[in-house]
Ligand binder design. Sequence first.
Ligand SMILES: Nc1ncnc2c1ncn2[C@@H]1O[C@H](COP(=O)(O)OP(=O)(O)OP(=O)(O)O)[C@@H](O)[C@H]1O
Length: 480
Amino acid sequence: MENAKKKSVPVLPWMRSPIDVSLFEDCPLDLLPCLDPRLKVALQNMGISSLFPVQVAVWQETIGPGSFERDLCINSPTGSGKTLSYALPIVQALSKRAVRCLRALVVLPTRDLALQVKEAFAAIAPAVGLSVGLAVGQSSIADEIAELIKRPKLEAGICYDPEYLFQELQSAVDILVATPGRLMDHINATKGFTLEHLRYLVVDETDRLLREAYQAWLPTVLDLTRFDNENQFPRTNTFLPFAFGSLKTIRRCGVERGFKNKPYPRLVKMVLSATLTQDPNKLAQLDLHHPLFLTTGQSRYKLPEKLESYRLICGSKMKPLYLVALLQSLEGEKCIVFTSSVESTHRLCTLLNFFADLKIKIKEYSGLQRQSIRSKTLKAFREGDIQVLVSSDAMTRGMDVEAVRNVINYDMPAYIKTYIHRAGRTARAGQTGRCFTLLHKDEVKRFKKILQKADNDLCPDYSVPSSSIESLRPSYKSGK
Ligand SMILES: Nc1ncnc2c1ncn2[C@@H]1O[C@H](COP(=O)(O)OP(=O)(O)OP(=O)(O)O)[C@@H](O)[C@H]1O
């Protein structure tokens, strides 16, 4: 289990002297050294006038003096801007060499998150002539291949040698944002798909991606991009028979792009999370090169600056009434309600829709639903047509929806990491936000212990007017 009680594991030496991101200030774009003017304009078009501390710290270690010499492990609170912290330097670094081939891979655990990150890259990459692709299973694999692989122009009436055609296949994208499953599909079966030229690998939401369920993709990617001596010198015949062509990546030195006889540059890795694991065994899977740890403040688990936490203590039977009364008191502000499972998400959503006179639109958002339903619901939530999402944990890590003012834990989170990722859907990018947790009196002690692991365990009681509870009783009884 992600947080199952573990005997305390010694922290790796390189994690004991981290760079403290909280010592960095916001930096106006005008003062950011080496920022490509075209990227500055793209950022301004996104309404961004300065970079957040984590973005400045990472810029320093990548484009700045650090110059990508070390792999980066970044532990930064939810909503602190981690996506741009890696997207910006990678896009700037790739813009220096105008060759179309797959040189950056960003892996995320869910489709919605991958879509969100792809949009962040798409907002800046075209400004410097780079293209971004998506491999998440959102469309058919044939459509995805058409987006990712550029086919050679064929002249009518000429019969082409299949080996020639295979060699002529090229990547149509410089940057690929992918989920593990679809990435593996392309690695294993898409002609012309290769990681041979990969320079940057980003593992976002690392804790999630290092769990068993996703694990096959990481060793595969590391094997296909590892630079080892046996490839030090170009093979006499570097073309493997077609059948193996897309399965084995040959990393040659001295390829056409100017790395004349210099070893191919190493694969730079960046791993990020708001609750980055410190487990040596998990981190060992990443095969990090001279890793540098960037974290924020002294506490391992840091909540967003402007998050306010509250608790509501009530009997289990009364929980739905307290939830409805709380939602009514929030007067239609955007909320995400978390339950402990997809089944209870479905049950609660059904129950809430019994309260016909509730003026707020409530929808379920969970792994039980088809992706197309989830994407439609998320779009409606982003646009404000739905005010309340009832969700399970899996679906919301990293999700960035503007103006979510409140998070409500209908079921108490079992671990601090769960609390952080749930509460982190609000109070993003320096905005204010509130996180309410409904507790049975027997849960109060355990919840207090969980919250004490965070840098801010203040969690006063919040009361909803008893009149609103009473007024809801009749409709609740009739719905039972
Ligand atoms: N420099 C900036 N100025 C203003 N807004 C920014 C800046 N950088 C990022 N943002 C916005 O802040 C929000 C949060 O960014 P992002 O999703 O990257 O956070 P995160 O740290 O990845 O959060 P999580 O841990 O939940 O994934 C996004 O809406 C993003 O557009």
